[in-house]
Design a protein around this ligand. Sequence first.
Ligand code: HEC
Length: 331
Amino acid sequence: MRIQSRRRAARIAAACCIVLLAGLHTAWAQHPGEAAYDKVCVTCHGPQGSGGLAPALAPMSYDADYVLAIVREGFGQMPPISARELSDDEVYQLVEYLAAPGAAAAGGGQAAAEPEHPDLSGIWQALNAASWNLEAHNAEDGVPAGLSVVVGETIPYRDDALAQRRQNFENRMTDDPVRQCFLPGVPRIMYMPFPFQIIQTPDHMVMTFEFAHAVRIIYTDGSPHPLPNDFWMGDSRGRWEGDTMVINTTYFNGQTWFDASGNYHSNQLNVEERLTPRGEDHILYEATIEDPEVFTRPWTIRMPLYRRLEENLQILDYDCVDFFLDSLIER
Ligand code: HEC
């Protein structure tokens, strides 16, 4: 017991030194009380008064004058803090801040709390040959050659998954789900050679695709994935990390491919996409693929998306099913 309390005293003494150092650099938090709190109290009482070496102070229920008395006179192992380190006004402000530090952190209880996010609205398109084959490939009749969009060049298939890919490739003209007009799934829809439009609102992002009227609705309101279900396009939930829209998509039906060359996945697929604006007219698009049934480890594709700049541009109509039915009749 005694050793413990001596250790605690030593830690608090050390914290006092840190407090002096911390006092030297000016805090620039938004709520004036937050700045005062971060200048002196945070070292012992933890971020936003959540507790640490010393007890939690938030949400503060003490009367401001009572706190001022504790600050000036000290309290048990808490050293007194002079008016030179922290003025009376600063103490009053930090008491106000500690009443609701979360709200204060989001803008000092003053102006709008929503941080500004980039606006990705517009019509975009990938310009590469990934839709035919994610990996490097030669040109064929109707197929442009392309370099790999896979980070590290090749897709890390499990040994027991390669036979299926080979079979997919051999039968690609008939077995590719997209040739039968099924929805392409994610991420394939993102780099098909068709434009798509992003419409962004505060709580969701809609992507409408020219190919087969496909639509993705990406909820960005903090809601979780719903109960497990089988979706052609998966279920998408997005969040902002700085300027990057991070979209997690899961609950796929396992019947889509990544490209027209038979690169495939199971229904265990999980896709994490990252859309980062790189200037007005470019988005860096990345998608990390996880599927332990087919791959030995997660892997990532990376490519730019370009803003389509034509005037009067709009998403037109590629009615896949119509063409497919026609082709059946011709056979
Ligand atoms: C060097 C560490 C340290 C610093 C800096 C510090 N405190 Fe404390 N404070 C303590 C400790 C330790 C206690 C608990 C004392 C005890 O129980 O013996 C305490 C207790 C308190 C209490 C009483 C809590 C209760 O539940 O009764 C208040 C109020 C308080 N501090 C406010 C502040 C404010 C406001 C600041 C900043 C101006 C501050 N403290 C800075 C260490 C510190």
